[in-house]
Structure formats: C-alpha cells, structure tokens
Write a protein that binds this ligand. Structure first.
Ligand code: PAF
Length: 278
C-alpha cells in the first residue's frame, strides 16, 4: 500500500491516474478508523479506480483544545486496516502540508447551518471542517468524495460549500454503521469504558422511540417526551432537536417528509452525536 505525506508527491501520482482517465474517490478521515470508515472505503473501492484516504486530525475544527488533544491516534492500526484495500492510497500529511503559507481560504457564509445544532454548540467548527475539506479536495481533486450520515449536518455544510464554490466533486452520503447494540460507530467510542458504552445506548433507544411516537404526536410533544425519556439515563444532554433535514429549522406542529431527530450528549467526558430520520 502506498502512503504519502506531502501534497506534491500525492498530486504527482494522482496526475498520472487522471491521465489514464481513471476515477479517483476520496474518503477524508481523522484516523482512529472503525468499520464505519471502512464501509466508506469499501464503497469507494467499488465505485472508483483509485481511492485516496486521508488521515489528518484537523486542529481548526476543534473548538475545545482538550477534545483535540484527546482525539484517539491509532495510525499503525489504521494503516493495517487500510492495507486490505488494494486500490487505496493513504495521505498522512502534516499541518503545513494541509495549510500551506499561500493558503487563500476565506470563511464562507454557512447561514442557518452555522447557527443551529453543532453550529450553535461548537462555534467555528464548521468553518474548520469546510477549510480542511476544501484544502484536501484541492490536493486530491477526486470525482467522488464519501461522507458518513452520522455527521448529517457536516454533510449538509459540505454540500452547501461545494454548491457555492462550483466544486465538481460528487459528494456521496453513506449510511451510519452501528454495533449490534445500536451504538453508532465513532472514533470517540474508543474513549468510552464498557459501562459508558452501555450508558450511551440511551441515544439510539431515544431515537427509536421518536420514530414510534411520531405516529401519534406532533414534533414538539415528541421532543418533550424524548427529552424526558433520555434524561432517565445518565448522559448529559446538550441538545435534542427535531428538525427539517433540508431547511435545518425546528419542527413544532407538523412533520415534514425530511424530518430528522439529532442528539448531542456527553457520556462522561466524551461528546457523542447521532441522528435518525423520522
Ligand atoms: O468527519 C470527519 O472525520 C472530519 O470532520 C473530516 C471530514 C475528515 C474533516 O476533518
């Protein structure tokens, strides 16, 4: 398997790939890979000739320095996991490679997306995500880029950004993977004890309840019932919102066809997010 640490070395390899009219897929990650990431790599491998997987823990998207410092780093294992995919080229850049001196990025207006849910509770987070994704896309120039639906709002932000900037890369959403208990796979789960993993199941249980209650009650009522149900567990709720997944506005009286419930909560010190369409 080929690994690259500089933008120039990766770019020159990818130019040769492009010259042969081959399709380049891209899976950006922050490492600590799990089955969820691998499902993206698997899909990209099926749909593309060459798949670039980047591993870069992006400092600019952490609004909490401690969260950044504690982000799991399992590079050796990540490379081992990726070695099973013959089409993969791994990009493991330093900060200087991703953010060169001549970086011309200007923050973009994310509108409502920056004001609600993750945007509200993690100020600056999405600007950091857009900045790194933009810089990585400029290096890789893939035809297709794959993102998980667990970070639903991130996906919406990236779609908005790519529309605004006329980026030609196709943004491909991929289903959230869960373990057998229902816990959404996340690199942050590595920081949970066994007991905390059990405690965290309340997130998925609440999301499933919402789907049931939706059949009988208006969104505002379901939000109240779900919050009460969630608070029977030990996690500290940051937000539980029922929104329209296109407009990112809260639903009150009526359900829309694109309704989504999003939860963010602390399990001990670890912040977890999840969502379900309902
Ligand atoms: O979803 C992630 O892991 C990160 O936000 C991403 C897209 C790799 C950007 O750093």
């Amino acid at each position: 398997m080929f690994t690259y640490s500089t933008r120039d070395s990766l770019k020159s390899t990818l130019q040769k790939v492009r010259n042969q009219d081959k399709i380049i897929g891209f899976v950006p990650t922050m490492g600590a890979l799990h089955e969820g990431h691998l499902s993206l790599v698997h899909r990209a491998s099926e749909e593309c000739d060459v798949v670039v997987v980047s591993i870069f823990v992006n400092p600019t998207q952490f609004n909490n320095q401690e969260d950044f410092l504690k982000y799991p780093n399992t590079l050796e294992n990540d490379l081992k996991l990726l070695s099973q995919f013959p089409k993969v080229k791994v990009f493991v850049p330093s900060g200087d490679e991703v953010y060169p001196d001549e970086d011309s990025y200007e923050p973009i207006d994310l509108g409502q997306l920056d004001l609600v849910l993750e945007g509200k509770f993690r100020p600056g987070h999405f600007q950091g995500v857009v900045h790194v994704v933009r810089n990585l896309l400029q290096i890789v120039m893939p035809q297709r880029a794959y993102f998980g639906l667990k970070d639903f709002q991130q996906l919406a932000v990236i779609r908005r950004f790519s529309l605004m900037q006329d980026i030609e890369t196709q943004i491909i959403p991929c289903e959230t993977l869960r373990d057998v208990s229902g816990l959404a796979l996340s690199s942050r789960n590595l920081r949970l004890s066994e007991k905390e993993k059990e405690d965290a199941l309340i997130i998925h249980q609440t999301l499933l309840k919402i789907r049931e209650w939706k059949l009988l009650h208006a969104p505002s009522m379901v939000k109240q019932m779900a919050t009460d149900f969630f608070n029977q567990g030990v996690l500290k709720l940051e937000y539980l919102e029922i929104i329209d997944g296109n407009e990112f506005v809260n639903l009150h009286e009526e359900w829309t066809s694109n309704a989504l419930c999003c939860i963010a909560a602390y399990c001990g010190e670890v912040r977890l997010i999840d969502n379900i369409s309902c």
